[in-house]
Design a binder for this molecule. Sequence first.
Ligand code: TYD
Length: 195
Amino acid sequence: MFVSLEGPDGVGKTTQAALLAERLRATGLEVVQCREPGGTELGERVRAVLLDPQVSMGDRAEALLFAAARAEITQEVIAPALDRGAWVVCDRFIDSSLVYQGIARGLGVAPIREISLFATGGVLPARTLVMHGVDRRDDEPDRMEAAGADFHARVADGFLELAGLEPDRIRLIDAVGTEDDVAERIWAALEGLRP
Ligand code: TYD
């Protein structure tokens, strides 16, 4: 079973991905936790380039680099895990590209969906949890985080727009409250998939 966590920067996805993986493991399941971009040798190197504030790049190159990292982690980590019946909990996946590159950069959702699905060979999460409503960013901004307030407003709106387009796969999770509150909402949103 493949589940992704999504949302704007600083919404608390990484903490929640870890809590979810732990809770699923406690039921006896094998769980593979990953994050995007990254998770493979190639993916980590591409991540370093993508997030380096010293590197300038065009929007199309950026979109293709995110897709390249995604192709690699899908082939090397995610698809093999799904094949052996494990759960995969991924911190960001295709929807980050649809929103950041497709909507916020303005490249269009349809072409970005096409390159992302080409990259994953059609692999898509069974359910995607989009967290929204808080911003806990407090560290030095990376290249994406430095993109400006307008860009990040488009990202936040873009996730809500996307959730409306695919209500079966994408569930909105209110990220306001304690870690435990949010973890409970996420657990509830996996009804029908989890044990
Ligand atoms: P990351 O450190 O994972 O951000 P966060 O901890 O906020 O999740 O950095 C990934 C950055 O890259 C983040 O700003 C979102 C952006 N991103 C895209 O623009 N497109 C993508 O396809 C992905 C996976 C991430």
